[in-house]
Write a protein that binds this ligand. Structure first.
Ligand code: FAD
Length: 451
């Protein structure tokens, strides 16, 4: 049996942040990771000679915890390519180009979108994202789906579809009828306001040279040799008020504290002896992962640039609701161009029901509607596999079903005896993002050091 001060379960950014902060303060830590690598939802991989960021990749200016850590680790960033016009396909099926962040819709729809964005900004400004249940309208907003809330605000379907897009397919990756208006406000508040979510140049601002997975790799490298155990899925935690024994298929680890640095959905996959208190077990049955397929499509050249296009494309009515130029500007001599696109929620259900060749054809047809015929002939095509990965089972992150944020949210970050819970999915600022993972990791480490 290995005896340490703190056993950390999960070597994503959250777990590695906890371990780093505790190790720096002189605590003995061990990190147990189910996969054969560190990084969790961050993964930079070579696929047939194309380097891809399979999971998280973008950094935005409001993500100050991540920016500080990048600085601490000496990692550099570069800007996403964004020169030229963007593309929008409207409800009428017509493709239009535009500049700036406002979609080229009718004047009436534009006014409605602006009004709704202002209203969402107002609601978000009233919320501390760490305590959404304290919002003055929390009960009311948590009882109604975001889709129903939008329907109550405007009769303009294209305005609803566009505002719904920013939180539904693009962020929580669930249909807007399946999460509450309060969850939508939380998403906005966690990013510093709804206006940030609608501004792709803000929210998808920069990338890390070499890929965002360099963050967890660098954090792991700062821990003592042997502190991170790969291929060690935790199956059971036996606990008392004084400490816990953590069991994997390969060993057992004794700690005064245990940090479950895994998404809330995976907390429940571990057996606890004694069982977790009822509210803890109930709460996590009301949390689920969203579903989005992140697509990387690489071409011989970034042909859209020659057409005066930035590569940015949106349409609530397309299979691929958003797409961007994702060319690796940091790879010397790179002449190919890569587009990244997303297929979300019910559209992802339908796509996943098809065979791989038909899936690829449907995606390329959707890209061709944005960028023209040249989009039909890539040199490389890749779909991120998170939904079938047993140590994530979805993407990007998890969120509550309707009514549950107010019912259970306040228990999310409560310790149970020596057990603490942390992940980007239970963050306030940086919710569902790497920034939130760092904030949660630092908060848990500080709490343990205080005891
Ligand atoms: P995870 O990364 O999920 O880490 C949890 C770890 O625990 C995993 O390594 C898992 O294997 C391990 N684990 C689980 N159960 C056990 C067990 N029983 N025993 C041992 N180990 C276990 N964020 C951004 O900031 N910017 C982006 O552009 C962005 N895009 C994204 C795109 C995609 C496709 C995805 C999937 C995510 C994206 N995110 C993005 C979100 C971001 O990646 C996550 O919020 C963040 O990486 C989560 O870190 P974490 O440590 O909290 O959780």
């Amino acid at each position: 049996m290995t005896d340490v001060d703190v056993v950390v379960v999960g070597a994503g950014v959250t777990g590695l942040t906890v371990a780093n902060r505790l190790h720096a303060a002189g605590r003995r830590v061990v990190v147990l990771e189910a996969r054969d690598r560190v990084g969790g939802r961050l993964l930079t991989e070579d696929h047939e000679g194309v380097r891809l960021e399979v999971g998280g990749q973008w950094v935005s200016p409001d993500q100050t915890a991540l920016l500080a850590l990048l600085d601490e680790l000496g990692l550099e960033m570069y800007s996403r390519y964004r020169a030229g016009e963007s593309i929008y396909i409207g409800r009428d099926g017509v493709r239009r180009t535009f500049e700036g962040e406002k979609f080229p819709v009718s004047a009436g729809t534009a006014a409605e979108v602006e009004r709704l964005v202002k209203e969402m900004d107002r609601l978000a400004a009233q919320m501390d994202p760490l305590e959404p249940w304290e919002h003055p309208d929390a009960e009311e907003l948590d009882r109604i789906s975001f889709a129903a809330w939008l329907a109550g605000q405007t009769d303009d379907p294209e305005a609803r579809d566009n505002v719904g897009l920013y939180v539904g397919p693009a962020m929580l990756t669930k249909p807007a009828h399946s999460f509450s208006a309060l969850s939508a406000v939380l998403m906005a508040a966690s990013a510093g306001g709804f206006s940030h979510l609608v501004d792709a140049d803000f929210i998808l601002d920069r990338r890390v040279v070499g890929g965002l997975q360099r963050v967890p790799l660098a954090l792991a490298a700062r821990l003592p040799d042997g502190a991170v155990h790969l291929d060690e899925a935790v199956t059971k935690v036996e606990w008392t008020d004084g400490g816990a024994t953590v069991l994997t298929g390969r060993g057992s680890y004794q700690g005064r504290h245990v940090v479950l640095a895994v998404p809330p959905t995976l907390v429940s996959r571990v057996q606890y002896v004694p069982a977790l208190p009822p509210v803890q077990a109930q709460m996590r049955q009301h949390i689920s992962f969203g579903l989005v397929i992140k697509l990387h499509v690489t071409y011989e050249t970034p042909f859209w640039r020659e057409l005066g296009l930035s590569g940015t494309a949106f349409s609530p009515y397309s299979l691929v609701h958003e797409a961007y130029d994702n060319t690796n500007e940091d790879v010397e001599g790179e002449t190919r161009g890569t587009l990244v696109g997303f297929v979300s929620d019910v559209k992802a259900d339908a796509l996943l029901a098809l065979d791989p060749e038909t899936r690829k054809r449907r995606v390329l047809e959707a890209l061709a509607a944005y960028y023209g015929e040249q989009a039909l002939t890539p040199v490389h095509y890749y779909e991120s596999p998170w939904m079938a990965d047993e140590w994530t089972v979805g993407a990007f992150g998890t969120s509550f079903d309707i009514g549950s944020l107010t019912r259970y949210g306040r228990h999310l970050r409560s310790d149970v005896g020596p057990l603490a819970f942390a992940s980007s999915d239970i963050a306030g600022l940086g919710f569902q993002h790497v920034d939130g993972a760092i904030r949660m990791g630092e908060a848990v480490a500080a709490r343990i050091l205080d005891q």
